[in-house]
Design a protein around this ligand. Structure first.
Ligand SMILES: *Cc1c(COP(=O)(O)O)cnc(C)c1O
Length: 341
């Protein structure tokens, strides 16, 4: 399917809002066009297109600037993608639970229903079950989370390629945790596949969750449509600047990632030796999914001791999700777990 045929007709037809900083984006002596205050430190609107930040990301990822879109967190991009292609009340998305909750929540908010194909017991996509559904004309977007949250595993490239080759709609690969994985990003697939969006974020490995910087990489046509429907000034100037500073500390970030991966190994071993822990799932991310004897009880006991894990019991029976902390935090966790009765 052509990209134009995927976009909702009202979005193709609508005229985009043009803000003051888009109508004039050069240098001037007097800016009297945007009803800003002439006083103060934060008085000017930010660059609506985040050009400097995009340039920096494009260079880092070796893609063109016009293949980069920045959202107020990946969560904003997930919403924009669904609104771009899925007609409320008619269309559907597909997702593979247990997975990141925002795909379904955002679809529901937009009155778009979710076709859910559960991952198998190894948290892999059961392609046999998916294949017959790919022809459904109402199915517009497939969300793949790899490494998957909360299971932590990579989705094999082979499965992703099968989906890319056989689905006529849009495929979104959410790579929020890719920097912790030994697998390569799917960015290289952008060369051969048009209807593909890769989501990454500065919230996890880059340690900038509070700045809310999510990034989409795709082809320029889809990026342009996302630009057309995004809120005009979706990333604050302060956050654009702080993100740029953060990206200049790539060496430090790489060290931090190495530490987290080392701690992942330590925690995997240490957790496996704790009596109440029944299973530690392998992880390609910065968290571990563990099965315990009684997730609700252990979650509550830890909470009372000041340690908060994510209770995933309703998604995966008796499972807790543990984010990997500093070496000291991880040791505290292990000591505390060993003493639980
Ligand atoms: C944490 C996470 C994100 C990040 O979202 P932001 O809005 O960029 O902070 C995206 N996808 C998944 C699967 C996540 O776990």
């Amino acid at each position: 399917m052509k990209i134009e045929d995927l976009i909702r007709p009202n979005i193709k037809l609508m005229k985009a809002y043009t803000n003051a900083r888009e109508e004039f984006n050069g240098k001037a002596d007097l800016y009297l066009d945007a009803n800003e205050s002439p006083f103060g430190q934060f008085n000017r609107y930010p660059d609506p297109n985040q050009n400097i930040l995009k340039k920096r990301l494009a260079k880092y990822k070796q893609v063109s600037e016009n293949q980069v879109f920045i959202g107020n967190g990946s969560d904003e991009i997930i919403d924009l993608i669904i609104r771009l292609v899925a007609e409320p009340g008619l269309d559907k998305i597909m997702l593979f639970p247990p997975t990141y909750g925002m795909y379904e929540v955002t679809a529901s908010l937009n009155n778009v229903s979710s076709i859910k194909i559960p991952l198998n017991c190894d948290f892999e996509i059961d392609y046999q079950k998916v294949e017959p559904l790919l022809q459904n004309p109402a199915l517009k977007v497939i969300f793949i989370c790899s490494p998957n949250n909360p299971s932590g595993n990579n989705i094999p490239k082979e499965t992703i390629l099968k989906l890319l080759n056989n689905f006529r709609g849009l495929i979104v690969i959410d790579e929020a945790y890719i920097d912790f994985s030994s697998e390569n990003s799917c960015l290289e697939f952008l060369r051969n596949f048009d209807r593909l969006i890769i989501l990454q974020t500065l919230s996890k490995a880059w340690g900038m969750a509070s700045l809310r910087i999510g990034v989409a990489y795709s082809n320029p046509k889809l990026i342009n449509y996302l630009n057309k429907i995004k809120p005009p000034y979706n990333i604050s100037n302060v956050n654009q600047n702080l993100a740029l500073e953060g990206l200049n500390r790539a060496d430090q970030i790489e060290q931090n990632i190495a530490t987290i991966i080392q701690e992942r190994k330590y925690l995997t071993l240490a957790l496996s030796a704790v009596k109440i822990v029944k299973k530690v799932y392998p992880s390609a991310s910065n968290f571990l999914l563990i099965e315990v004897d009684n997730a609700d009880l252990r979650y509550q006991q830890l909470l009372e001791l000041g340690i908060i894990l994510r209770n995933r019991n309703t998604q995966i029976s008796n499972c807790l999700r543990v984010s990997i902390g500093t070496p000291k935090e991880n040791q505290t966790l292990i000591h505390t777990l060993k003493e639980l009765q």
